[in-house]
Design a protein around this ligand. Structure first.
Ligand SMILES: Cc1cc2nc3c(=O)[nH]c(=O)nc-3n(C[C@H](O)[C@H](O)[C@H](O)COP(=O)(O)OP(=O)(O)OC[C@H]3O[C@@H](n4cnc5c(N)ncnc54)[C@H](O)[C@@H]3O)c2cc1C
Ligand code: SF4
Length: 507
């Protein structure tokens, strides 16, 4: 009786359910580096290197413990280059009698997995992914018949059930569930964020980077600055570095942006969490411990825990609740082609240039850059959601569809019509100017809305509001900007719309 236990690239976790009750004498654990997974979208080179390196390190750790590992390398001549192909091939090689896997993160992989049984003639058991705090069935039950889902209520329920930052069963520490209002400061000139710990590539990672540079030379991004954790030990060290040096100010400057500061006080743990080498509960516990030890204030710790316990779990729930139709909606009927500068960073807009340049070099941008700069531009310009979703899935080291899609399609683009967010996150240049220093060095003038020097975010914002005024009039949360629009001199609105039209023509 040989069981083939499949570990996918983003499942490099000791506690993976597919590895539960492993029979060391008979079971074989399969890892497969396949071209189909590297190219279904042309991922950033750092993302491919990170996943392949995490797989190789995890497989090595299992082998050391005496586990029988079947490992297909990308350059293996026998590689069929698809997951289904490698599962079938290895099931035959090892004479497997059944297959066990953990529920994948992406809908297309689940469909693939559901066909493994007919392809191999073997029973396939797909186990829950217990690395998440909320099971999909629990999320489904919570969502029930609710007309509107809101992250905040989901988050409170998970706080109650985990006991994180709770002082009594229904009493959050500090008396408040959410300190978001305290998390909106601009970065003062005299505060320089400490650089995050980097993990210089070891021999395995260097070999993988060379492979990626050879096989995926035309993919977006550079690998020179690769410094991601690729093992559980590295990921724990990255978390400790964040908790010790950046968590205390994470809350205050969570929404800030600054020229030359690509990471500010953020954790940079998304890639490690999503590939499976860091446990989300361990990250939350470490932050809670820092609060209880008096090392970090409540607004920082609650803000951080809310991202992981709340947003991360919530977007996964929404993804699996709504797929596959979720990806097909286009509530704002946006159809414009993605401009070339999303790849080249060749744009006069300093805020966009900074976000895209660091994305290319680091496979990273923090939340506000993704939402309020590149996402906001895509929303205002009416860029086609399919192209924008693909861009976000390509360019970040932490990008997997279950988390990328609700954030992009729902939160940034409002293409889901309001499932993820009750109103579009649309903003003019004033927001970017308030939260960053980008405007100071920009050729555009953030105070101008028309004319050759005008900030594109200004006229695009009002053009967007005018285009969708009728649609948004049914949304009470859009009442304020619509009132402002209604009071504006029609000639001014016409001039901004003409400016927007010229801008689009030149794109
Ligand atoms: C348009 C858009 C696309 C995004 N695409 C992705 C993606 O592909 N993968 C991804 O992991 N996150 C995505 N996010 C969410 C968020 O931007 C990243 O998780 C975060 O920037 C990762 O960096 P960090 O580890 O430094 O996060 P921090 O800001 O330090 O936050 C800590 C952790 O909280 C979690 N988190 C924070 N915000 C969110 C969120 N909105 N949704 C889910 N988890 C969250 C992440 O695990 C993150 O590592 C996206 C957000 C937007 C607006
Ligand atoms: S002026 Fe406008 S385009 Fe330039 S950095 Fe500011 S918001 Fe961005």
């Amino acid at each position: 009786m040989t069981t083939l236990r499949v570990v996918l690239g983003d499942q490099c976790s000791e506690a993976l359910s597919a590895l539960d009750e492993l029979d060391m004498a008979h079971d074989v654990v399969l890892f497969a580096e396949v071209r189909a997974e590297c190219t279904y979208v042309p991922h950033h080179k750092q993302k491919i290197a990170l996943v392949l390196s995490a797989m190789r390190h995890f497989a090595e750790a299992l082998r050391h413990r005496g586990v029988m590992v079947a490992y297909t390398r990308l350059d293996d001549p026998a590689n069929t280059h698809s997951l289904a192909g490698e599962v079938a091939r290895m099931a035959a090689v090892h004479d497997a009698t059944r297959i066990i896997a953990t529920h994948p993160g992406e809908f297309r992989v689940l469909q693939d997995m559901q066909a493994w049984s007919s392809r191999t003639g073997l029973p396939v058991e797909i186990r829950d992914d217990t690395r998440f705090l909320c099971t999909l069935s629990r999320f489904r039950a919570w969502a029930g018949e609710k007309k509107q889902l809101r992250m905040e209520y989901f988050y409170r329920q998970i706080r109650r059930s985990t006991g994180l930052l709770m002082q009594a069963p229904d009493e959050p520490v500090g008396g408040q569930w959410n300190y978001d209002h305290d998390n909106r400061a601009r970065l003062p000139k005299d505060i320089r964020p400490p650089s995050p710990k980097r993990f210089p590539p070891d021999a395995i990672t260097r070999e993988v980077i060379a492979l990626v540079e050879r096989e995926f030379a035309d993919h977006f991004g550079t690998t020179a600055a690769f410094g991601w954790p690729v093992t559980a030990a590295d990921a724990t060290a990255a978390l400790e570095d964040f908790v010790a040096h950046r968590l205390p100010r994470f809350g205050d400057y969570q929404d800030a942006m600054a020229e030359g500061e690509p990471t500010l006080f953020h954790a940079l743990i998304g890639a490690a969490l999503n590939v499976g080498i860091l446990d989300p509960m361990a990250a939350c516990r470490a932050a809670e411990q820092a609060y209880r030890a008096g090392h970090a204030p409540l607004n920082a710790v609650e803000g951080f825990i809310r991202q992981i316990l709340g947003w991360r779990e919530y977007v996964r729930g929404v993804y699996w609740l709504r797929m596959p139709h979720y990806a097909e909606t286009n509530a704002l009927e946006a159809t414009r082609t993605l401009p070339e500068f999303y790849w080249s960073a060749d744009t006069s807009m300093a805020c966009m240039r900074a976000a895209i340049t660091q994305t290319r070099d680091l496979a990273y941008a923090h939340h506000i850059q993704r939402l309020m700069v590149t996402g906001n531009f895509a929303l205002l310009a009416g860029l086609d959601p399919v192209a924008v979703n693909e861009w976000y899935l390509v360019v970040y080291a932490d990008a997997y569809e279950w988390v990328e899609l609700p954030n992009t399609h729902g939160m940034a683009l409002h293409a889901d019509g309001g499932i993820m967010a009750s109103k579009p996150y649309a903003a003019s240049g004033a927001y970017i100017n308030r939260m960053s220093d980008h405007c100071r060095g920009c050729v555009h003038d953030v105070k101008q809305a028309t004319g050759p020097k005008a900030c594109p975010f200004n006229y695009l914002y009002w053009d967007f509001m005018s285009r969708h005024a009728a649609r948004f009039s049914r949304n009470p949360r859009m009442a304020m900007p619509l009132r402002t629009l209604a009071k504006m001199d029609p000639a001014k609105v016409a001039a901004m719309r003409a400016e927007a039209a010229r801008f689009f023509d030149a794109l």
